[in-house]
Design a protein around this ligand. Structure first.
Ligand code: F6P
Length: 359
């Protein structure tokens, strides 16, 4: 039997269940009886560009189902810089191809988010055999209803809101919890609803600060002394949303606030005289052990990727649509963001329960 030589890398911001997904791939191949050699590239595409890899064996994948982070390390190599030569004039795309061919790889498994999928698609168009797996806590990857890492991050952000709830209630304060998610609101919406936030501000629904203040005052009149606001790191006011991209960038550069939450906090103080506290759980949302859902989900995706490799089917991301694991052509995935639909029923239902989105 011909040995399959498989390259593997984890690229971009890490998340929970990267190890679980790689383990799923390798266990599937081993269980099939297929002989494999695994070449693990260190720190994402960087490892492939500079030929930095480690040979991995079955034991490297043992005991890592529950382990956070990535055994391979990761780094961000933005797509726009991938096509530019490095400081020594090295053509990065060419270098990746050369290393792939030099190692006589049969395929490359890429675990990545948006940017990483653009590069994966480029490599696939350049003739390499690529299979990808959708990772990111942001859940913003096109072509899949869910990415692994997302549910674990929802759990952590929810736990942060839960903790804030008790202290907010004791002190009768307004609290903002800023949730990650880059330019989309999936994580904030889910953690906000799960944590019982009264106000949820998302990039997809620009907010009016007066509506936010109205909600705080309405709650106080009804006898609730505290208010919890879940703010997506990418949340945007109606005024800013109306600006051109260039003007918005200028305004952001001039801003004295480290993030949108602090600006909102100041505006609430100014308009109501109320004390506002901001909590930013930040990278804790990406850290630690994957939740049981992600362990199962990533294992399933990894297993299906293993099966694609056994069948020599390449050029796909293994995704999840309508409760089924599916293969999605890479050129469909690359370069698109999956935003929340402001008209989605979940938003309607949240509003029915009284959650304010500031719109
Ligand atoms: O894409 C995952 C993510 O955690 C985003 O939610 C966040 O905006 C970004 O990465 C943070 O990036 P970095 O780890 O480079 O600070």
């Amino acid at each position: 039997m011909k040995v399959k030589r498989i390259g593997m890398l984890t690229s971009g911001g890490d998340c929970q269940a990267l190890n679980a997904a790689m383990r799923g791939v390798v266990k599937t191949l081993a269980h099939s009886g297929q002989k494999v050699e695994i070449y693990g590239f260190i720190d994402g595409y960087k490892g492939l560009i500079y030929g930095d890899f480690r040979m991995l064996t079955g034991s490297d994948f043992s005991g890592i189902l529950t382990k956070g982070g990535t055994i391979l390390g990761s780094s961000r190599t933005p797509f726009k810089t991938i096509t530019e030569p490095d400081e020594n004039g090295l053509d990065k795309v060419d270098a990746m191809k050369q290393n792939y061919y030099k190692l006589r790889l049969d395929c490359l498994v890429v675990l990545g988010g948006n940017g990483s999928h653009k590069t994966a698609n480029l490599l696939s168009e350049e003739g390499l055999n690529i299979v990808t797996l959708p990772k990111t806590i942001d859940n913003d990857l096109w072509g899949t209803d869910m990415t692994f890492g997302f549910q674990s991050a929802v759990d952590i952000a929810t736990a942060a809101i839960d903790c804030i709830h008790t202290t907010a209630a004791s002190h009768g304060r307004v609290f903002i919890v800023e949730v990650m998610g880059h330019k989309v609101g999936w994580l904030t919406l889910n953690a906000g609803m799960a944590g019982g936030a009264d106000i949820i501000l998302l990039p997809e629904i620009p907010y009016d600060i007066d509506k936010v203040v109205d909600k705080i005052e309405e709650r106080e009149k009804a006898g609730s002394k505290f208010t919890i606001i879940a703010v997506a790191e990418g949340a945007i006011s109606k005024e800013k949303a109306a600006m051109s991209k260039k003007d918005r960038k200028k305004a952001d550069e001039k801003s004295k606030y480290p993030s949108v939450s602090y600006e909102i906090a100041d505006q609430i103080l100014e308009k109501t005289g109320r004390e506002v506290r901001v909590t930013v759980p930040g990278h804790t949302q990406r850290g630690g052990s994957p939740c049981p859902y992600d362990r199962v989900f990533a294992t399933r995706l990894g297993a299906e990727a293993g099966e694609l490799i056994l069948k020599n089917e390449y050029g796909f991301m293994v995704g999840y649509r309508n409760r089924e694991i599916v293969k999605v052509p890479l050129d469909e995935v690359a370069g698109k963001l999956k935003y929340l639909d402001p008209d989605a029923t979940i938003i309607k239902e949240a509003k029915l329960t009284g959650i304010c989105f500031g719109d």
